[in-house]
Design a protein around this ligand. Structure first.
Ligand SMILES: Cc1ncc(C[n+]2csc(CCOP(=O)(O)OP(=O)(O)O)c2C)c(N)n1
Length: 677
């Protein structure tokens, strides 16, 4: 259908419009968006109204999807990066026939318990591929999805993995810094099946984009090794032609679609006033008239709904063919593909790998940094779990995330299992989210813990979505030494622990490191951070082959001789300091026990009795961690003593820093004695 079907006059962004060029299927989106936002008295009508033509062309002519099987592994992925325009995706899901979004759910837009929350949440609404809203995240997540598709195609073949990733991105998405990381990585890797439709409406919340931006997006994308073109975003034929051109590209493609925000609204079209508030009764009336849409609120006439539903059935033959191809696959390959797409672990292989690491450490204890212990564990885990794909933001040699057998993913060969993300921590974390969401991959990354701040918005989304992504973050304290306070995390472990649904691990030795890895892998519904040291640590754990003691979050690693007067709780590199402190106390006739606390989250999830037993009833409780105290009071109480950091670090050899900042066995013993009086 042509965009000019009901044309009487062109839309302008400067004054009231009597009627606009429009097309009934796209108008269904516009009307639903206006009505839902109006009913909710909240939301963003401008984007769905402006991008309706673009979305209509994509969903009726290009996107491979099957509303009856929303999780079809070979579906094209569609990411609404500009999540504030959520009524666009809800309208599309309803119109094309997803059971998750009924007209009643559209009427309940933004209400408690609805399938149509303010911004799209993939764990609430089937058909939503990823949670968006924080601008820039969607496009960066989509890059990971496109990478995952290429990897799965390289491993399992195009018979089962051959799809595209489409993104609808707004000005805000492209202004956010993360977009550059994502675009550059996608261009470098020649992700030619990634197609970004840019809703080029020149408007953001404050007004015209010219207030704050002069970027030529075409030149920008071309400079990052993309194809880029401009089209009139209300000319459906032109949009279709651009999408057709993009299909055969050898690079990722940007299609800048010139659109009018709030298209059809007589006074607010082309203005920021249509961006994020209900249009109001009169304006909606005017828009209905301008669009030639004379149906009641939430009513989509049967013929238009039927055209949409037909569009929703377009890919049924492709779905059936794919099902046949999967069935024809070699049985072992098919089982493996299905296992990986379901995110199920190879349980026995994992158990064997962990056991092999522990047996080796038991036979020959290692005094190594936990980052090195991580590599030692990975040497067993990588061959056992082919779904694990590692990487680093240009710190491979420091993070120890690449084992000997891992080959790098390159633009011409995606079968590798290591990604050189470049110095793009934020883009890396978002791409990892995309890989997990795509399915078939468990991504793990590497960077310095201090740069968790650079990844934080993407980690937060992983936690919100309940996605298994694993961040290896090394150089986890002043223990990194000479690089100094810019590189020394102080508040980061506490800040990460503050995030709901994120597991933060700080293992104290090589045995705990492999145990924490096992837990991170087994927790399918949440991300993990492993905070690891640069400096060597003694191996405290011996003879614990079968049990994963870290699973309880905290456990007594050094018992007191006799009834404990002092309980010392510590994590990571400070557990061995705590153990030395306990020895000093013992020499003075004071019985002290040491509890290793590799994971606050897992500890606080234990039943109350188990927690009480671990915390114990010693008169004095001490926390030791080379970070801030925040959070520790939940274990040591606000009357407990804390040996840690309360300022930024400094540049010096690490042993001197520990002395300088008073994180020593002597300080632990002194703190205990002071409390004992
Ligand atoms: C990271 C981030 N910062 C700020 C916001 C708040 N916000 C929502 S939409 C928007 C900008 C709107 O402009 P644009 O992206 O062009 O969307 P349009 O006006 O075309 O709907 C802002 C600043 C956000 N969602 N995410």
């Amino acid at each position: 259908m042509s965009a000019n079907a009901n044309s009487t006059a062109a839309v302008t962004s400067t004054g009231p419009v009597a009627a606009v060029a429009s097309e009934p299927m796209a108008n269904a989106i516009r009307a639903l968006a206006m009505d839902a936002v109006e009913q909710a008295k909240s939301g963003h009508p401008g984007l769905p109204m402006g991008a309706a033509d673009v979305a209509t062309v994509l969903f009726t002519k290009f996107l491979k999807f099957n509303p009856a099987d929303p999780k079809w592994p070979d579906r094209d992925r569609f990411v609404l990066s500009a999540g504030h325009g959520s009524m666009l995706i809800y309208s599309l899901l309803y119109l094309t026939g997803y059971s998750s979004v009924t007209i009643d759910e559209i009427k309940r837009f933004r209400q408690i318990g609805s399938k149509t929350p303010g911004h799209p949440e993939n764990f609430i609404t089937e058909g939503v591929e990823t949670t968006t809203g924080p601008l820039g995240q969607g496009i960066a997540t989509a890059v990971g999805m496109a990478m995952a598709e290429k990897h799965m195609a390289a491993v399992f073949g195009k018979e089962v993995a051959d799809h595209k990733t489409y993104v609808l991105a707004s000005d805000g998405d492209l202004m956010e810094g993360i977009s550059q990381e994502a675009i550059a990585l996608a261009g470098h890797l020649k992700l030619n099946k990634l197609i970004v439709l840019f809703d080029d409406n020149g408007i953001s919340i404050d007004g015209a984009l010219s207030l704050s931006d002069s970027t030529d997006q075409i030149k920008r994308f071309e400079a990052s090794n993309w194809n880029a073109m401009r089209v009139d975003g209300h000319d459906q034929a032109a949009i279709a032609a651009a999408l057709t051109k993009a299909q055969g590209s050898d690079k990722p493609t940007l299609i800048a679609c010139k659109t009018t925000i709030g298209y059809g609204a007589p006074n607010k079209a082309g203005k920021s006033s249509s961006h994020g508030s209900p249009l109001g009764g009169d304006e909606i009336k005017g828009a209905r008239s301008a669009l030639g849409w004379d149906h009641a609120p939430f009513e989509v006439p049967a013929d238009i709904l039927s055209s949409w539903r037909k569009a929703g059935e377009r890919s049924k033959p492709a779905h059936a063919d794919w099902t046949k191809r999967l069935a024809a696959l070699d049985a072992t390959k098919r089982t493996e593909f299905t296992r990986r797409m379901n995110g199920d672990l190879p349980k026995q292989a994992l158990a064997d790998a962990v056991k092999a690491v522990k047996e080796s450490l038991n036979a020959t204890p290692k005094e190594i940094a936990t980052r090195t212990a991580c590599e030692f564990a990975l040497e067993q885990l990588i061959p056992a779990l082919p779904e694990m794909i590692g990487g680093s933001a240009d710190l491979t040699g420091s993070n120890n995330t690449r084992t000997k057998s891992m080959t790098a993913i390159t633009p011409s060969d995606f079968s590798g299992r290591y990604i050189h993300y470049g110095i793009r921590e934020h883009g890396m974390a978002a791409a990892m989210n995309g890989m997990t969401l795509h399915g078939g991959i468990i991504p793990f990354s590497g960077t310095f813990l201090v740069f968790s701040d650079y990844c934080r918005p993407a980690i937060r989304l992983a936690a919100l979505m309940g996605e298994r992504v694993i961040h290896i973050m090394t150089h986890d304290s002043i223990g990194l030494g000479e690089d100094g306070p810019t590189h020394q995390p102080v508040e980061h472990v506490a800040a990460l622990r503050a995030m709901p649904n994120l597991l933060v691990f700080r293992p104290c030795d090589a045995v705990e490191t492999v145990e924490c890895w096992q837990l991170a892998l087994e927790n399918k519904d949440r991300p993990s951070v492993l905070a690891l040291t640069r400096q060597n640590l003694p191996q405290l754990s011996k003879n614990f082959l079968d049990k994963n003691r870290c699973a309880a979050g905290a456990y007594e690693i050094v018992p007191a001789s006799g009834k404990a007067q002092v309980s010392i709780f510590a994590s990571g590199s400070e557990v061995s300091i705590a153990a030395e402190g306990a020895k000093l106390l013992a020499a003075k006739g004071i019985a002290a026990r040491v509890v290793s606390v590799p994971s606050f989250e897992l500890f606080f999830e234990q039943p109350e009795a188990a927690r009480k037993a671990i915390i114990g009833d010693a008169a004095v409780k001490i926390g030791v961690e080379a970070g801030v105290r925040q959070g520790w009071d939940a274990i040591i109480g606000n009357d407990g003593a804390f040996v840690g950091m309360s300022s930024f670090g400094a540049s010096a050899p690490y042993k001197e820093l520990y002395k300088h900042f008073g994180i020593t066995a002597e300080a632990v013993a002194e703190a205990a004695m002071k409390k004992l009086g």
